[in-house]
Structure formats: C-alpha cells, structure tokens
Design a protein around this ligand. Structure first.
Ligand SMILES: [Zn+2]
Length: 453
C-alpha cells in the first residue's frame, strides 16, 4: 500500500480536495444543494475506486450514499462515514479559506497537513477507506464483500438515519461496521476505540412572572427565574462531583480493576493536558482519573444559559423566563430515554413553588462497547501494530456517534472504530487539519485490516 500511495499521491489529493471544496454544512438549511453535490461526488469516487453499485438515496433529511462490491465472499465489511461538516465559523480565526483546501506545514512542527473544514472529520477519514478499498480491488487482493454507507447528518445527530436504516437493513447487512471518525489517544501510541458514550440532551425553561418586571418595583419580592435556574443547576452536582439526579448511576457498568489498568496504559500527561487547555486544575467525579472521567463515567454539563437582558448598557429588568441547554454524556448501560425521564422528573421536583419548569428533550443516543476479544478488534490491532510498530491501546471515546448504537442494534453487528485523527487536528474548530502521515498510515492500516480479518 505504501508504494501505491506514493505512486498515486497527487491524484489522491485532487480527489479528496474535490470533496473538501463542497461546503456540506448540515446545520444550515441553505446548504441543501451542497449536500446533494457532495453525495453525488462520493458516488463517482466510489465507482472509480471499484464499487459495482453506488447510489444516492433520499431520506427524510439529507441524502445517504450507499455503495457496494459483492464478490460472493463469506464475510462483509460495512464502512460507515459522514460527508457533512460542522459550520466553519468563526471565519476570522481561519488562516486559509475553510472550503479551499491547502497542503501546508504545521506552524509548530513543520509536518505536512491538509487544512480545510472536513480535512479530518470526516471527509479525510472516510477517504482513507475509499483508497484502501481501491488498492485492494486494483491489486486483486480483495477477499471480502464491501459495502459503504456515508450519511449527511452526523453533525446534527443523524435525525433521519435510524428510520432509513430500519427500512434498508437487508441492503446494509454485514459482519462488521468499520468506522474512522475518532481520534487516537496520543501521537506516539495508536489506540482503537472500543466504546463510546451516549448522549441525553435537553432544554429547560423556568418561568416566573408572566411578563418582564421592573427590578426596582418587584426585585426582592418576586422569584427571579434566572436566580432560581442557577440554584437548581448548582444543585445537580454534589461535593464529590457526582450528579445528584436520583437513579443516575443505577445502570452504569463499573469496570474491574484489571479493565481500569488496561485503560491506564494509555499515555497521558496531566500537565500537558492542563497546558493545552490553559487551566490550572482539572475537576470531575472523585475517585476517577481524567481519562476515566471522559471515558467510563457519565457527566452532566450546561451547554448554554440565557435569559433577561444581555444587550449594551443596563436594563433593570426582572425577567419572566430563564433557559438552559443541558447535555448528559452516558455510559453503558445507561439509556438516553431513561436518563432523560429521570432528569425531567427530578428537575421539576427541585423547582421551588414560585416558578414553573418545562423540560424538552432535544437529542439522544446510547453508548456502546465492543469486546476486545472479537476477531475484528484483533485484526485491527494487528494491522495498526504493524504500521505503527506499537500495539494499540484499547481506549474509550468521550464523545458520541449516536447512529452507531442504532446500527449495532438494527444490523446485529459490532462497530469497530479505527480512528486516525489527533487532538491537534482541531476538528469542529478553525484551521481543522489532517496530518499526511496519519492519512497515509490510516490507509495502510485499513488495507491490512482486510488482510487479517
Ligand atoms: Zn465526525
């Protein structure tokens, strides 16, 4: 594969750049046409790479691309990826145009990287699969059936995909779901993600008086919903950093000391971590390390809070309403549905009688775990060990790819997360990048996965 990459390097860039130039931003409805252009471009690339079939399918939302090459093999790989990207804002923080990809040197290390929105997440990472597949086809090395599903709604929580998958499960039938949409735990030590957290996301509204009031005439005598909301939010954690919602931890799978020791093999420098974030101290649930707090433990965070007057100057108002968006990251076997209900019940119960509370669920998805004893994990581990010269560490992802838990349930096969991103790629942020050595190491690892599985 190394040699193949070397011979085709320029063509690879042209092809990947053609995807990166399309602003397929799923969060903005005005980019609907771009979603279709990107989906169509993917079908062209899939066919050129060796797919017998590649089609754009309509869903209730953005289109999904499905392709396949069936060779009558015993086992089938289903590659999942997403072609939608996050909005590029704030634009003034980008050194180059987010939708005009460039090959440049990392200002800090001098290493070559591609800079563009989606360079890593997930166009760059899904592209590795296209090229590993192309290599296997053209060299006559393909020994599995291969299917691809590329969706256009991952960044907005894949609202249309569960129903679509449910209706097309025969089309997607496979033995493993191969995904590259995550990061490695460190630059030097590769890792394979064997579990991800789920999510329960909701919005709360606290209402006091039915209209905004003069804070001089009423202040001190009528409940201020912002004050009340802040007090309620503050009470959602105890002094040990644990979430106080009753039953919150009931279904949390506790890890054995051996499993915790495995995870602790991951290289992690707390001082580097703090320096990277420019913080003096970390904070979280007592009794767990930072990596455990983001990998094997659930958490609750306020993602946004608003109400009252926030414009220029002073407006002496006692507001009628206060709002917050709350995210809870979940671990196996918590379910989004159960935690959402427990939160809503509790939040209404802790509200003082002077205010009314509404809780509206927004997004959700369950986490999942993959046994590291599975043949697919073992094949991936062997492949990456060969490319990186070090055995990969099994890691746990703090984020969520909600659709994977759905696919696992509906299709009855496990996802395998071979992600090649690095923290420094700053996905979702300005100047998103993807290191060339990771792009190429990913292609090599994926090609080897097919050999060893
Ligand atoms: Zn992604």
């Amino acid at each position: 594969m190394k040699q193949y990459i070397h011979q085709n390097r320029e063509r690879f860039f042209e092809e990947l750049f053609s995807l990166l130039r399309i602003p397929s931003i799923s969060a903005k409805p005005e980019h609907k046409a771009d979603m279709y252009s990107c989906a169509r471009r993917l079908t062209e690339l899939l066919k050129e790479a060796g797919a017998d079939k590649a089609e754009v399918y309509e869903t209730a939302g953005n289109p999904v691309v499905v392709a396949s090459r069936e060779i009558g093999a015993e086992k089938t790989v289903l590659v999942y990826g997403h072609y939608d990207v996050q909005p590029p804002e704030p634009l003034d923080k980008w050194r180059t145009d987010p939708f005009e990809p460039v090959l440049a040197r990392d200002p800090a290390t001098g290493e070559e990287a591609i800079y563009a929105r989606g360079a890593n997440d997930d166009k760059g990472q899904l592209f590795m699969h296209l090229k590993a597949f192309e290599f296997l086809v053209r060299k006559g090395l393909l020994k599995h059936n291969v299917k691809f599903i590329f969706e256009g709604e991952e960044e907005i929580g894949s609202p249309s995909l569960p129903a679509w998958i449910e209706a097309h499960k025969e089309l997607l039938k496979a033995d493993v779901i191969l995904v590259s949409d995550t990061t490695m735990i460190s630059e030097k030590v590769p890792s394979i993600n064997c579990g991800m957290r789920g999510l329960a996301y909701l919005e709360v509204k606290v209402t006091g008086p039915d209209k905004d009031l003069h804070s001089g005439h009423y202040g001190g005598a009528v409940a201020n919903p912002i004050n009340e909301l802040c007090a309620m939010i503050a009470s959602l954690h105890d002094n040990n950093g644990r979430v106080t919602v009753p039953g919150f931890y009931d279904d949390v799978v506790e890890l054995s000391p051996e499993e915790r020791a495995q995870l602790a093999r991951a290289p992690f420098d707390i001082d580097e971590y703090k320096a990277f974030l420019d913080i003096d101290e970390v904070k979280g649930e007592k009794g767990y390390t930072t990596l455990e707090r983001t990998g094997i433990r659930p958490c609750l965070d306020v993602c946004g809070i608003w109400g009252g007057y926030t414009g220029v100057g002073a407006k002496t108002v006692l507001p009628s309403t206060a709002h917050a968006k709350i995210s809870m990251r979940l671990v196996p076997d918590q379910t989004s549905e159960d935690i959402t209900r427990k939160f809503a019940d509790y939040f209404k119960r802790i509200a003082p009688p002077c205010v009314k509370v509404e809780v509206t669920p927004a997004e959700g998805g369950d986490g999942f775990l993959i046994p590291i004893s599975s043949p697919a994990y073992q094949a991936a581990s062997r492949a990456m060990a060969e490319v990186y010269g070090i055995e990969p560490v099994p890691s746990r992802g703090g984020g969520s790819i909600a659709i994977l838990a759905v696919m696992q349930r509906v299709l009855g096969c496990d996802p395998l997360l071979m992600g090649f991103g690095l923290e420094r790629d700053t996905i979702h942020s300005p100047n998103e990048s993807y290191l060339l050595r990771q792009l190429f190491a990913g292609m090599e690892s994926i090609a080897l996965f097919y050999r060893y599985w």
